[in-house]
Write a protein that binds this ligand. Sequence first.
Ligand code: ATP
Length: 321
Amino acid sequence: IKNIAVLTSGGDSPGMNAAIRAVIRAGIYHGANMFGVRRGYDGLVNGEIISMDAKSVANIIQRGGTILKTARSEEFKSVEGRKKAYDNIKKLGINGLVVIGGDGTFTGASKFIEEFDIPIVGIPGTIDNDLAGTDFTIGYDTAINTVVDAVDKIRDTAESHDRLFVVEVMGRDSGLIALRSGISTGAEAVLIPELTVDYQAIMKRLDQTRKNKSSRIIIVAEGDNEGGLVVAEKIKESFPHYDVRVSILGHIQRGGKPSCMDRVLASRLGVAAVEGLLEGRRGEMAGLICGQIQFTPFGKAIKHIDKINDNLTRIVEILSH
Ligand code: ATP
């Protein structure tokens, strides 16, 4: 493999830039010519492919977002779109591709590999941490730290007014952002899509622990059946005397400069992805499991295995009394 291209796709996440930098520099280190594709698969389909060198990734390791930009591409979902993409990379002699993204990105990459002769290795870049084959995805650590910072601030005002706050966090259909941020902000309860909500138990706990608390935080994952607004209504119904407020954190969770954890993870996985490609890997995602680099086939990485840890849900239960 002599010519390698990299793209970012799907939702952006902090640390994608650090991953792009690592891919470009690792490729150059190993003697490859490097390319960047703008706007994810859309850029492949439309031929927005630029040559990149070590300098083009200077001063980006600390920046959130992605300098290559990202997109959701409808055209790439069709065979015709993917044929256009293949013709574009063929024209430039690109014979290796690194895709940074989430499950949709890897689903698209799997199809591309099945139909055309192009080796692809993936890097997990999503704040949701909803991929198998890696303990953490790039962006997750930064996102949960953003949530923790925001909830700490919310707690100050909740405490001053004796209020109960329902805070809705991102994560699509995964409760991993909610669970960790809930533990680290001392939340009363964490509502996640992976577990059915026992409202009676939550209400009972809120009532029993009333004398121990001056403020209360309930974290709700956006993918939970009901969402923050409905949960707040239910609490108000049971406790009309509670002063209940809702805060939906939204897109601040996707931005900001990446944490040290995310920068190191992105750097390690960027190097691993390029070296994996050069060793002949294709159709696999580079991940980090218990500190070791491991490669997982796309088909397995995108399976939403249950990453919810029972021990963590127990911690919420025990510490909220
Ligand atoms: P995040 O988890 O952060 O949302 P993602 O990678 O899952 O990231 P998606 O928007 O689901 O984000 O997917 C990114 C792109 O991958 C899509 O815009 C599309 O171009 C491509 N893609 C997704 N699913 C398919 C599919 N079934 N076939 C072909 N391409 C696909």
